[in-house]
Design a protein around this ligand. Structure first.
Ligand code: BES
Ligand code: MN
Ligand code: ZN
Length: 509
């Protein structure tokens, strides 16, 4: 999908479809319920001809402006566009770039099914989103909306009705340079998010640890990142006993992937480390999972995919800060070689771990990943992992869990989050929870808490990030969309990539 800018007046633009946002400006003043519920929709476009073309359908009451409501008009009077699509954006007072991003995705998903191959998106009016932010959000949202997960359908070509190009309209007086750079940023981030979603969407037979490493390597060569990939020998040589404990049960060799972004001028004394959980399939191991829903465990490498995708965006956006990604990839399988409950593993840091449940494997591989990132010199760490079912119990499918070892790290990440329009909610890491990880035989156990499972897992990781400022993202509930949404397809979401990239940019010198 191509994205471009135009400063043509919306009504004068020749396109298959002009898309404009309708916001509900009603305010709750009246005590009268009927008055209160009455929407006051208005078209957010500075071009009077566009507002005029939508006047009748709005007056009819058919259009309320509620979120994701779509109304398609053909041959709109006074416009050169063949069609006019009105998309509801909800209450004007709640509108932001995050909504706009979703509306762009909605436009793509609505129009691609109608054999429309190009459209133009006009923003403006009273939406209140400053133009560069709007341009970027529209580009990101449109690209994210264009992702089609039906990879292995034999008639994929017919079903995947791609949009060829999206034109984002900016006003004539606007700073064209900043609009162009916002478009470029949005395109890089949207495409990197789809790159990560691509990796997650693949089934585990076609996305082994070795294949994941090859894909990372290929991407690195394309964008100019350094990439090293290792397997069993190196993992043993580094004494990554926790990682190997999981990997030993599989016939597929594990992969340790290191991606390095080292800009010439960079912030001093800052070296960010991104650590990803790359379990390409999680059967649970000897503590095997029930069959129902197990197929979903191909997405247990979403944390790894997010980090690899984030590195792609970072390499292209070139922030002035050093970043290293460490990805631990393996299958978690039951076999004659698999680790068993009660086994004790010695992690790379030297700490001993009693394995209570072999299904709590993510924290084991991350234990060594986090420690290794510190060994490589990382001063600040972020990990992303589909780590616990418990985070889904706590936060459902809406918010990812965020854990932070310091308030400063949290505040930086929360700010990035806000900008990126991703929902995450902070969970605690109080010392009192440490009790939970005590083992009778070793320094700690990998499972055991009856309640607070997401916190338990985070406390376990904290033993390996130690005093290095650290953020842990538990994306088990958010890495996979359970349903189709107007703005995004059912399947891999690419969660956390946009926040990560924004977070990294925040450290740029
Ligand atoms: N990969 C799972 C967590 C998960 C659950 C991801 C649902 C996506 C959706 C993880 O490895 C796991 O199995 N966690 C266990 C831990 C338990 C055995 C302590 C869990 O959450 O049940
Ligand atoms: Mn598991
Ligand atoms: Zn897992």
């Amino acid at each position: 999908m191509k994205t471009n800018l135009s400063s043509t007046t919306p009504s004068q633009l020749e396109t298959d479809c002009l898309v404009v946002v309708v916001l509900d400006h009603s305010e709750v003043h009246s005590e009268d319920r009927r008055e209160k519920d009455k929407p006051a929709p208005s078209v957010e476009c500075d071009d009077a001809a566009v507002r005029e073309a939508a006047k009748d359908v709005i007056a009819s009451g058919e259009v309320s402006g509620k979120s994701f409501e779509t109304t398609l008009l053909h041959n709109p009077a006074g416009l050169k566009a063949k069609r006019l699509l009105l998309i509801g954006g909800g209450k004007a007072k709640n509108f932001s770039a995050a909504e706009l991003r979703k509306l762009a995705g909605t436009a793509v998903r609505t129009l691609k099914g109608k054999s429309i191959r190009n459209f133009a998106f006009a923003h403006g009016g009273g939406s209140g989103v400053p133009s560069p932010f709007a341009v970027r959000a529209i580009a990101e949202g449109a690209i994210i909306g264009d992702f089609y997960p039906g990879y292995y359908k034999s008639d994929r070509k017919n079903k995947d009705e791609k949009i060829d190009s999206v034109t984002i309209l900016v006003q004539k007086g606007e700073d064209q340079k900043s609009a162009a750079s916002a478009l470029e940023t949005g395109r890089i981030i949207g495409e990197s998010q789809n790159f990560a979603r691509d990796l997650v969407n693949e089934p585990s037979n076609l996305m082994t640890p070795t294949i994941l490493a090859e894909r990372a390597k290929k991407m690195a060569a394309e964008v100019g990142l350094k990439c090293e990939t290792y397997s069993t020998d190196k993992i043993k040589e580094l004494k990554m006993g926790a990682f190997w404990g999981v990997a030993q049960g599989s016939d597929e060799p594990p992969a340790l992937i290191v991606l390095r972004y080292e800009p010439e001028s960079a912030a001093k004394d800052v070296h960010l480390g991104l650590v990803g959980k790359g379990v390409t399939f999680d059967t649970g191991g000897i503590s095997i999972k029930p069959a129902d829903g197990m197929e979903k465990m191909k997405y247990d490498m979403a944390g790894a995919a997010t980090m690899i995708g984030a590195m792609r965006a970072i390499a292209l956006l070139k922030p002035k800060v050093k970043v290293t990604a460490v990805v631990c990839a393996t299958e978690n399988m039951p076999s004659g070689k698999a680790q068993k409950p009660g086994d004790v593993q010695i992690a790379m840091s030297g700490k001993s771990i009693e394995i209570i449940n072999t299904d709590a494997e993510g924290r084991l591989i991350l234990a060594d990943g986090l420690y290794y990132a510190r060994q490589l010199g990382c001063t600040h760490l972020v990990d992303a992992a589909t780590l616990t079912g418990a985070v889904v119990v706590a936060l459902g499918y809406v918010n990812a869990g965020i854990f932070a070892s310091t308030d400063d790290m949290y505040e930086r990440f929360a700010k990035a989050n806000q900008q990126a329009g991703e929902k995450m909610w902070r969970l605690p890491l109080d010392d009192e929870y440490r009790e939970l990880i005590k083992s009778n035989i070793a320094d700690m156990q990998n499972s055991g808490a009856r309640y607070g499972g997401a916190i338990f897992a985070a406390m376990f990781l904290k033993e390996f990030s130690e005093d290095t400022p650290w953020i842990h993202l538990d994306i088990a509930g958010t890495a996979w969309m359970e349903e189709n949404k107007p703005w995004i397809a059912k399947g891999p979401s690419g969660i956390a990539l946009r926040s990560l990239v924004e977070f990294v940019k925040g450290w740029s010198a």
